[in-house]
Design a protein around this ligand. Structure first.
Ligand SMILES: [Zn+2]
Length: 432
């Protein structure tokens, strides 16, 4: 958390060779020197929970009461294909790069496509093949789901950017037996596990009715409450469960804005962090959270915890920046690789243009980052020492083509929505 003003970062062979104040000791032959003027360099940010391809669902049927059952699930069945995942994830990758996010965790379907798009974009990621008991778009039953995970694991074994992962959807949608199988698989392969946990009231009821218990206890029974579990949400965890989760080494991806928008509640992340649980700041998918912009999450994270605690002393600005960088990396088990500007780590960094009036005066850079910075301030982005964006120009994707492809696909989504609405109207007509 040292601030060097002025300072430098020396990158060599994809790694950070030196960091310090003033200028490094030469010689500089063959070294490209980039003078960033008064701009700010910081670690690339980490988004530890998302469903990237769901950019295609952004804003669709937004305020329809039974949105999930009327549109989202039928559309997932009819529209989710390798091509849809590819185009939707590319649109997401563009947004991530332009917003200064260099590492992302994803859980969705056709996850090998997600891994491929991250590689072509140059982003770092933990890609989780989803398993679910309901009929998923890319698997007919759990055995096929596991075959997809195996395919993903083979494809990205030892990859420098992409870490394969297994993602049981949630306790209520995978059930105890599948979770047990996932726990054994993770034990055997060492793959990180991502799942939604203790997210909804319905999940609480389901666990109570089927097992007479709560989600955290059910996941523990399955053997999944373990080191390396990336648990998204964790709204419904009580004071007895928090120390158990901490002891088990569970890490939490916090989705304040998506949770708030759905009226689900507030995850007690201040209490979790005090108990020693690592918590990262995430966006969730663009269907529920609309944006993949981490900057816009920060104020909500602070506000929710302060409202819970009735004090402005919790969630200080430097903590938020830590959560968006090194702690997010730790949630994903990548703290030795990314999340901070330290010698020997991979060079994942971003440059922020500080010229916007909205940012000034800057008495405290952390305050400016948390409360005033926006994706449009991100000027350059580097991952593994490779420029993904320079002077706002994305280097690895063709923005116009990515957008045109996604909008072409959105036309098909629109037609499908009209068909669904037509069918419902016809059904109502017949009923009358
Ligand atoms: Zn989610």
């Amino acid at each position: 958390m040292t601030v060097f003003d002025p300072g430098y970062v020396w990158v060599e062979g994809g790694k950070i060779r030196a960091v310090g104040s003033g200028l490094p000791e030469g010689p500089f032959e063959g070294v490209e020197i980039v003078d960033v003027g008064g701009d700010l360099l910081m670690p690339g940010m980490v988004n530890p929970h998302s469903h990237l391809a769901m950019t295609m669902f952004r804003g669709l049927g937004e305020d329809v009461d039974d949105r999930l059952f009327r549109y989202i699930l039928p559309l997932e069945r009819s529209m989710v294909s390798p091509q849809m995942v590819r185009l939707g994830t590319r649109l997401a990758a563009l947004e991530l790069i332009q917003g200064g996010v260099t590492t992302v965790a994803d859980m969705y379907y056709f996850e090998t496509e997600v891994g491929r798009v991250l590689v072509e974009s140059g982003l770092r990621g933990v890609v989780g093949q989803t398993l679910a008991d309901f009929n998923a778009p890319d698997q007919d039953g759990i055995d096929e789901g596991f075959a997809r995970v195996e395919e993903l694991r083979e494809m990205f074994k030892g990859h420098p950017l992409v870490t394969p992962s297994i993602a049981p959807h949630a306790p209520y949608s995978t059930g105890l037996e599948t979770m047990r199988r996932v726990a054994n698989y993770a034990e055997k392969t060492g793959l990180p596990v991502q799942m939604h946990l203790a997210e909804t009231d319905g999940e609480m009821d389901w666990c109570q009715q089927n097992y007479g218990t709560r989600p955290v206890e059910l996941v523990a029974r399955a053997g999944l409450l373990r080191e390396g579990l990336i648990a998204a949400h964790c709204l419904h965890v009580n004071t007895e469960e928090i120390p158990v989760m901490a002891k088990a080494g569970v890490r939490v991806a916090h989705n304040a804005r998506a949770n708030g928008k759905a009226g689900r509640g507030i995850a007690p992340i201040h209490a979790m962090r005090q108990a020693g649980i690592t918590v990262g700041i995430a966006t969730d998918g663009p269907m529920s959270g609309n944006t993949l912009d981490l900057f816009s999450q920060f104020a909500a994270v602070v506000q929710f915890q302060r409202i819970l605690a009735h004090t402005r002393s919790v969630m200080q600005a430097p903590e938020i920046v830590r959560m968006a960088t090194i702690e997010g990396a730790k949630v994903l088990g990548l703290e030795g690789v990314t999340g901070s500007l330290e010698v020997g780590k991979q060079a994942d960094l971003i440059r922020l243009d500080l010229s916007a009036p909205r940012l000034h005066p800057i008495y405290d850079p952390y305050s400016a980052l948390v409360y005033a910075a926006m994706p449009s301030d991100v000027r350059d982005v580097m991952v593994d020492g490779r420029w993904l964006m320079r002077e706002r120009q994305v280097q690895t994707l063709e923005p116009a083509k990515v957008l045109a492809d996604a909008l072409g696909l959105a036309k098909q989504f629109k037609a499908e929505v009209q068909r669904i609405d037509g069918n419902i109207r016809q059904g109502e007509g017949l009923g009358a």
